[in-house]
Design a protein around this ligand. Structure first.
Ligand SMILES: Cc1cc2nc3c(=O)[nH]c(=O)nc-3n(C[C@H](O)[C@H](O)[C@H](O)COP(=O)(O)OP(=O)(O)OC[C@H]3O[C@@H](n4cnc5c(N)ncnc54)[C@H](O)[C@@H]3O)c2cc1C
Length: 271
């Protein structure tokens, strides 16, 4: 049955908040409300898994939520664009690349960005944790450079000692330590092994070597997010077997755990 559109709800920003809004609206559609999401990227990081990605436990895709399929689930229109202004006299959102978007109800949630302008030196020397995409681009460069030359001394200062800062510090340490361990391990296998080690093989090394703290950290990360230490540790241990025939199975187990993590995260929001 056709239901006429009586209200236009526009969500600006495809981060955590609107991801949950979309999920809820997908589960309980409101007849007559047309939903439009305007955001500047087609996926968004799930920040609960972000430290695990920084540590090298999860790939980028594994810790990102695909906004296209979520919008589809919520029967929402998705415009990938940057919002540059609001015309409140005419109820329109001004976008960088597309015509203005009309709204009856507007929700703005474009997240936070650390104030690099007001802190002297921050713009030149610091890498803000948000936007996350930018942080990940820099971190990839750091790890790639370090993998090329693991003898170099890297000093990373984290500004902000809250939970996020502590998580990032531990994750960065775990990743760099993993690169060193892998380097030491591959020496035994001959110089060719060192040459062949790209960044891609690091992830493989992290899983197969069980490099002490990395594996342990991974277990804790998973079990913490699952809310069940035993379940997470058990599943991880099972998945931490040797490569070869077992690795596909291990991969699918890990993906299942990640899906559980994501669904648990969403399910904590009260209906
Ligand atoms: C390392 C780290 C770990 C964290 N761990 C956790 C955790 O475990 N649990 C937890 O609850 N929180 C965690 N957080 C905090 C969490 O990321 C934030 O609280 C949450 O992302 C805020 O959601 P939001 O929707 O307000 O903004 P965001 O998630 O930042 O989303 C903002 C969105 O708006 C988009 N956007 C920005 N500007 C524009 C524009 N002009 N036009 C269009 N779109 C735009 C962005 O691309 C983004 O998609 C962590 C944060 C960090 C940095």
């Amino acid at each position: 049955m056709y239901t006429p559109i009586v209200k236009d709800l526009v969500l600006v920003g495809g981060g955590h908040s609107h991801v949950i809004v979309l999920k809820m609206l997908g589960m309980r559609p409101i007849p007559g409300v047309r939903i439009t999401l305007i955001t500047d990227a087609s996926d968004t990081p799930y920040s609960g898994m972000l430290p695990g990605h920084i540590a090298g436990f999860y790939s980028r895709d594994e810790c990102h939520i695909d906004l296209r399929s979520l919008a589809n689930f919520a029967q929402a229109q998705l415009y990938i664009d940057r919002v540059v202004g609001l015309d409140l006299s005419n109820n329109k959102v001004i976008c960088a690349n597309r015509p203005p978007v009309s709204f009856d109800l507007l929700s703005l949630d474009i997240g936070s960005t650390p104030a690099t302008i007001s802190v002297p030196g921050a713009a030149e020397y610091a890498i803000p944790a948000k936007p996350v995409a930018q942080l990940l681009t820099y971190w990839e460069k750091v790890t790639e450079n370090f993998a090329q030359n693991p003898q170099q001394v890297i000093k990373i200062a984290i500004v902000g000692g809250g939970v996020g800062g502590v998580e990032l510090a531990l994750s960065m340490q775990a990743n760099l330590q993993g690169i060193i361990s892998q380097r030491v391990g591959s020496r035994g296998a001959g110089e060719q092994g060192v040459e062949e080690q790209g960044t891609g093989s690091r992830e493989q090394g992290a899983r197969s070597k069980g490099a002490g703290s990395r594996e342990q950290g991974s277990r804790e990360q998973v079990s913490r997010e699952q809310g069940s230490r035993e379940q997470g540790a058990g599943a991880r241990e099972q998945g931490a077997g040797s490569k070869g025939a077992g690795s596909r199975e291990q991969g699918s187990r890990e993906k299942k755990i990640i899906r559980i993590c994501k669904s648990i995260y969403f399910n904590v929001i009260p209906n």
